[in-house]
Every structure is written in structure tokens, then in C-alpha cells.
Design a protein around this ligand. Structure first.
Ligand code: AMP
Ligand code: MG
Length: 484
């Protein structure tokens, strides 16, 4: 038996803590969760369970189900909903907060890593406003699958430990069944948390929050005299890299309000997100976003705008000149990272000056030919000189680009075999297309297999070709709303 196996724990033996609550109790309103009636586990993320040192045999145990349902009273467990505000579609809303989520605890693993646990869909809180605090199966499945999938695509994200469903009726456009997801993250702190304390002139509380992040997450400059400035630089850097990651796989978040922006640069709050099928900068995944504020092409600029708003919130801690200088680094970090990711998708690892033009021509070709974005790069991984791209319709534009590609490839030293291996690990065969998520929603027994495929999206999974391509006719033109 390995030491790892020995350290698996029953729930009662876990090291529950809550560093954020202990440091910043003012951030939370205490709440009581409303467990679902007749709860059932739909899926548990066993890899994450292992990472948290929780005994896998617990999955079938009634106490584990009660834990996922917020129905367990352990010492150290805490249910709190936090205060935040934020800019929604460009307009400042002074009070938002966790309206349908509550922090359950933080777990310290044997490796001294800390993970915060939150239940989403656990009922009313003081921040529920007009809402009911509940989540429905549809939105929970979407968050559950997407967060695990983005992690597998190497994009920073919050994760989810498990998903449960219940018999409760929840009223949306129609009656749906209630559900809960237990989300897991190093932190769920958002830009909006900092904005709330800044806009209400609670300077000491704001400082406490910034210090908390520096002390626990950005420890490499913990004792630096200029730590507030370095804090902002780090958030800008992480945000720029996150957005570059999204653009590279064609992920559109859908609701990039400042309250949905993670201070650690993680993908946070999965709502009406979408992955592109063909490359289209005008792609809008949220059908309430009439002006396309959060379209695919607008995302990087929105990242900058949101950081500017965070900068305003930090005005009492960082000089205007320093904030300006830091914000100016965003486009550079974004483009360097985005260019690197696109070049690696093409199997190019030794950048040359002409790459900017080469990539512009690539994106133009993708726009004009409307080929499937994911399938194109997967096929390109197998490309051999003079050959064809599997599943990709031929066209004169593609032919012209392939000539340029061959020319560019000839400047690289990487061997064809090494390139193939690297490209297959960079260009997923599977992406969580809306219709794939919809299939799981229509038939939740598919969640198990889909989870496996989407958390190993670079593997072939020959038995599941039906999830690899563009939407079949009966699933075309799905639109996704915020009403989750
Ligand atoms: P979102 O657009 O999902 O990020 O949510 C914006 C705000 O609305 C947040 O403060 C949420 O907590 C709150 N909210 C969204 N849905 C509900 C709901 N069903 N019940 C209560 N609050 C909600
Ligand atoms: Mg939100």
C-alpha cells in the first residue's frame, strides 16, 4: 500500500478550515443551506476526490450524499454567502453577492494545499434578490462538464467535486428539477469582492482582502514593500493568459461581468458559455447579449476593461501612474501568449518575425472557409507534405494557406514525429460543443462517459466519434440563456 492510499480520509477526519472566514469574517453572511428532496448523485469527480485526500469508497456512503447536499453538520463546516458588487454589462451594480452559492469549508490536504468548497444551488441567501437561490439540472450539468473539460484543456478554472439532483421543482421558463454542484477552487474571490469594499469606502476591509490574497496565493512577494503594486501586476498577467487560453480553444464565457472575474485568473461562473464551431469573432453565445459585448472577438478587450475597473477599486492602495503602467502590460502579455498558443497549434516552436502575418493569414483562411475550428487543428496535426486534411473540405483558400504552411514548416527543426505527438497533445479531438452538453442534459446517463471523454479530450475515443464533429442537424442553432 502506498502512503498516498493510507492518507485517504473519511469525511469526519478531513482537515476542514476556513482561512478566508477567519481573516475576513466581514465578507460573509451566515446562511443555512436548503438540501434537495430525495437527492441522488449524478456524478463524482474521483480524480478531484483523490486530490482532496477523500476516500473514494465514500462515494456510495449516505453521509457523502448528505455532504454534497449541504445536509451534514460537522465541526469546521461553515455555510456563508459573501458580499460582492460588480459591473454587469458595463453598469455598476452596488450589491450582488452569492445569491445561490455558499461556502461550505476549506480543506487542507496532506500536501498542505488548500481548496475552498462551495455549494451552488443551495438556496436563498441575503443576496438572492429576485432569485430563488436554486440551480437546475441543465445549468449544473453544463458547469460540471465544462469546468472539468477546461482543466483538461490546460486552462485555469474552478472545478467541481460532484453533482446531485433532487425532486424539487424549480421555476424557470418552465418547471425544471433542482440540482446542486459542489464547486472546488483555491479561491472564489472575484474582482467584485474588491470593488464592493472600495465603492463602500471600507478601506481597511479592502486592504485585508488584498493582503489575504498576497499572503496565501502570491507568496513569492509576500514581504515585498511594493506588494500592492505587484499584486495588481500578477492579476493582470494571469487574466491576460487566461483570456489567451480561451481564445486559443474558441471558448466564449458569455457573461464577463466583473463579478464573474476570478482574482486568481481562473475561469469562473459557467453560464451560457459556448465553444465556437467555425472561427467567428462575432460569435455570441449568450442570447441575452444583444449587442455582442461579450462576443468571442470582444473578450480580450473586455478583460482589459474589467482590469481597469479593478484598478479603480485599488486606487487607495496603488498610485494612478503605477496602475496605468501595469494595465499597459496587458495587451503585450495577451498577444505573446495567444501567438505562442496558435503557433503551437500549428506545430511551430521556433518563432520568426513573419509569424504575425502568417497567423493573420491563418485566421483569415479560417473565417473565409468556415471549416470546423477544432477539427481543422486536429487534422493539421496529421498533415503531411502535399497531403489532405481529414474531414476538412478542400478549397482554393485552404490550398494557398497550406503552401505557406509548408514553407513555414521548413524553417522548423522539429522532426515530423515529435511534431505530431506535440500537436496531438495541443489540439483536442473533443470540445464541449453546446449540442454535446445538450445531449447530456437530455439524457443524464451520458454524463459518466461524456465526463471521461471531455477530461481526456486529446485521446481518440473511436467509439465516440459522434461527439467530435459539428452539431448534427437536430441540434443546430441552440441558444443558451442566463436563466440558470
Ligand atoms: P451570474 O450572472 O450568474 O453571474 O449572476 C449574477 C448575480 O445573480 C449573482 O449575484 C448571483 O448570485 C445572482 N443569481 C443568479 N441566479 C440566481 C438565482 N437563481 N437565485 C439567486 N440569485 C441568483
Ligand atoms: Mg456570477
Amino acid at each position: 500500500m502506498t502512503t498516498q492510499a493510507l492518507s485517504r480520509k473519511k469525511l469526519a477526519d478531513l482537515n476542514f478550515t476556513n482561512r478566508l472566514y477567519m481573516t475576513a469574517p466581514f465578507l460573509f453572511a451566515k446562511v443555512a443551506p436548503e438540501p434537495l428532496k430525495n437527492p441522488k448523485i449524478l456524478h463524482v469527480n474521483s480524480a478531484l476526490l483523490n486530490q482532496l485526500n477523500i476516500d473514494e469508497n465514500l462515494i456510495g456512503n449516505p453521509s457523502f450524499l448528505r455532504f454534497l447536499n449541504g445536509d451534514l453538520d460537522f465541526e469546521g463546516l461553515f455555510f456563508g454567502a459573501s458580499f460582492y458588487s460588480g459591473h454587469q454589462f458595463g453598469h455598476y451594480v452596488p450589491r450582488l453577492g452569492d445569491g445561490r452559492a455558499a461556502t461550505v469549508a476549506e480543506i487542507e490536504t496532506d500536501e498542505h494545499k488548500f481548496f475552498e468548497l462551495q455549494l451552488k444551488g443551495s438556496g436563498l441567501t441575503p443576496f438572492s434578490r429576485m432569485g430563488d437561490g436554486k440551480a437546475v439540472v441543465r445549468s449544473s450539468i453544463r458547469e460540471y462538464l465544462a469546468s472539468a473539460h477546461l482543466k483538461a484543456l490546460n486552462i485555469p478554472t474552478t472545478e467541481a467535486l460532484g453533482i446531485i439532483t433532487g425532486d424539487d421543482d424549480v421555476y424557470r421558463e418552465q418547471i425544471e428539477k433542482g440540482s446542486m454542484v459542489m464547486r472546488v477552487s483555491e479561491s472564489f474571490l472575484r474582482f467584485g469582492h474588491f470593488q464592493y469594499y472600495a465603492h463602500t469606502n471600507q478601506e481597511q476591509e479592502l486592504k485585508t482582502l488584498v493582503n489575504f490574497v498576497v499572503d496565501h496565493y502570491f507568496i513569492h512577494f509576500k514581504d515585498h514593500p511594493n506588494s500592492y503594486n505587484l499584486f495588481f501586476q500578477e492579476v493582470v498577467k494571469r487574466t491576460a493568459k487566461l483570456f489567451a487560453g480561451w481564445q486559443s480553444v474558441g471558448f466564449c464565457h458569455g457573461v464577463l461581468n466583473t463579478d464573474n472575474m476570478s482574482i486568481l485568473g481562473l475561469t469562473l461562473d459557467y453560464g451560457p458559455y459556448g465553444f465556437i464551431e467555425n472561427f467567428d469573432q462575432d460569435y455570441i453565445c449568450n442570447h441575452s447579449d444583444h449587442e455582442g459585448r461579450y462576443s468571442l472577438g470582444n473578450q480580450p478587450g473586455i478583460g482589459m476593461w474589467n482590469l481597469e475597473m479593478l484598478g479603480v477599486a485599488l486606487a487607495s492602495l496603488i498610485s494612478e501612474e503605477d496602475r496605468k503602467r501595469t494595465l499597459e502590460t496587458y495587451p503585450k502579455i495577451f498577444f505573446v501568449e495567444y501567438r505562442r498558443l496558435l503557433l503551437e497549434k500549428c506545430g511551430l516552436y521556433q518563432p520568426v518575425e513573419a509569424d504575425e502575418e502568417f497567423l493573420r493569414l491563418l485566421l483569415n483562411m479560417l473565417v473565409v472557409t468556415k471549416v470546423d475550428y477544432t477539427q481543422f487543428f486536429r487534422a493539421l496535426s496529421h498533415y503531411e507534405k502535399g497531403g489532405e486534411l481529414k474531414n476538412i473540405p478542400g478549397s482554393s483558400e485552404l490550398k494557398i494557406w497550406l503552401v505557406q504552411y509548408e514553407e513555414r514548416l521548413s524553417m522548423e527543426e522539429t522532426s515530423q514525429n515529435v511534431r505530431l505527438e506535440k500537436m496531438l497533445a495541443m489540439n483536442p479531438k473533443f470540445i464541449l460543443r453546446n449540442y454535446v452538453a445538450q445531449m447530456a442534459i437530455d439524457n443524464p446517463s451520458l454524463v459518466e462517459k461524456m465526463f471521461e471523454v471531455l477530461t481526456h479530450p486529446f485521446e481518440e475515443w473511436n467509439d465516440h466519434e459522434e461527439w467530435a464533429g459539428p452539431a448534427p442537424v437536430r441540434y443546430r442553432n441552440l441558444s443558451v440563456s442566463c436563466s440558470s
